[in-house]
Design a protein around this ligand. Structure first.
Ligand code: DGY
Length: 324
């Protein structure tokens, strides 16, 4: 039997020993992702692909490939045409669970930074503007006791709510499916409509997947419902917020501030008008960027890949229909 061939689109923070014991592994050596034509050609030559959310795994790539498994090192997989992979009976793996805490932590880091204007304050200090203590310098709202609206109440949304308990916040959530009463009770979370959440929350945070039905979930109409003091956080996917509407809402002070770890097109263009706003914090998609989390994500992605190559069921498969 010939040795399976594998292409990995970036160097990974995990041991490849087990994988190399069963497959011939090629790793893309650059910091930038492989261009689409390289990916297309590789997919036609290998059995297994380990990819990242920066790699476009579309219908053309999938239908012309020799792939037996696609393993994504991320929980989200909006860069992959899952329907096409399912039609080809190619299992697609992802890495759920292990990045819940890291992403919830970054959400809180952004929420606190936006509320207490940490980035602005740092710039102020470095610019030599700190001349004295001032009663009204860089004021922001209280976090403790405020209302937190969580859009999407899966693992990460709930982890954000758990952290909010320490701040004695009122928690509203909206989600495709309402949670079990025990979950609502333990997190002291109230299920409301999106409209109510937008109208009543002081802080709004997004934890729903990037998909067709969440595309531009927040646009001009939704910003108009928010309080002028509202602070919006997004560590999920950039496509969920209409970026032009976000610019309008922030520049016209329709809402107070925002902090986003994701943008509609990544990386954000240096020409983006968003970069001119003082009331916006932007980080470069680092929600899961703790050393331990990235190592766990890589290990799961490798385990999914090995399972796919050896004909076993992937430990974390996003299209289990391929097995029926
Ligand atoms: C994911 O896993 O989907 C994050 O966006 C990157 O860690």
């Amino acid at each position: 039997m010939s040795v399976p061939q594998v292409f990995i689109t970036r160097r990974l923070p995990a041991s490849l020993e087990q994988l190399q014991a069963i497959a011939h592994v090629e790793i893309w050596p650059e910091r930038q992702p492989p261009p689409y034509d390289v990916l297309l050609a590789k997919a036609q030559a290998v059995d297994g692909l380990l990819c990242l959310l920066t790699d476009k795994i579309d219908r053309q790539l999938i239908t012309t490939s020799s792939l037996k498994v696609i393993s994504q090192m991320a929980v989200g997989y909006d860069n992959i045409d899952i329907a096409a992979a399912t039609a080809q009976k190619i299992p697609v793996g992802n890495t759920p669970g292990v990045l819940t805490n890291a992403t919830a932590d970054l959400t809180w880091a952004l929420l606190m930074s936006a509320a207490r204007r940490v980035v602005e304050a740092d710039k102020f200090t470095r610019a030599g503007l700190w001349k004295t203590w001032e009663p009204d310098l860089l004021l922001g709202p209280d976090v403790a006791g405020a209302t937190l609206g969580i859009i999407g109440f899966g693992r990460i949304g709930q982890a954000v709510a758990r952290r909010a308990q320490g701040f004695e916040m009122k928690i509203l959530y909206t989600s495709r499916q309402r949670c079990q009463p025990e979950v609502e009770e333990s997190l002291k979370a109230e299920f409301v409509s999106l409209e109510t959440l937008l109208q009543e929350s002081d802080f709004i945070t997004i934890h729903t997947p990037g998909a067709e039905d969440t595309y531009h979930l927040l646009s001009d109409r939704q910003f108009a419902l928010m309080k002028p003091s509202a602070i919006l956080i997004n560590t999920a996917r950039g496509t969920i917020i209409d970026q032009n509407a976000l610019y309008r809402a922030l520049s016209q002070k329709q809402i107070a501030a925002a902090a986003v770890d994701v943008t509609e097109i990544e990386p954000l263009s240096m020409d983006s008008p968003l970069l001119s706003l003082d009331n916006l914090i932007i980080t470069p998609h680092i929600g899961s960027a703790s050393r331990q989390t990235r190592a766990k994500m890589a290990a799961i992605a490798i385990a999914n890949l090995i399972a796919g190559l050896t004909g076993d069921r992937l430990p974390h498969c996003v299209n289990p229909e391929v097995y029926s």
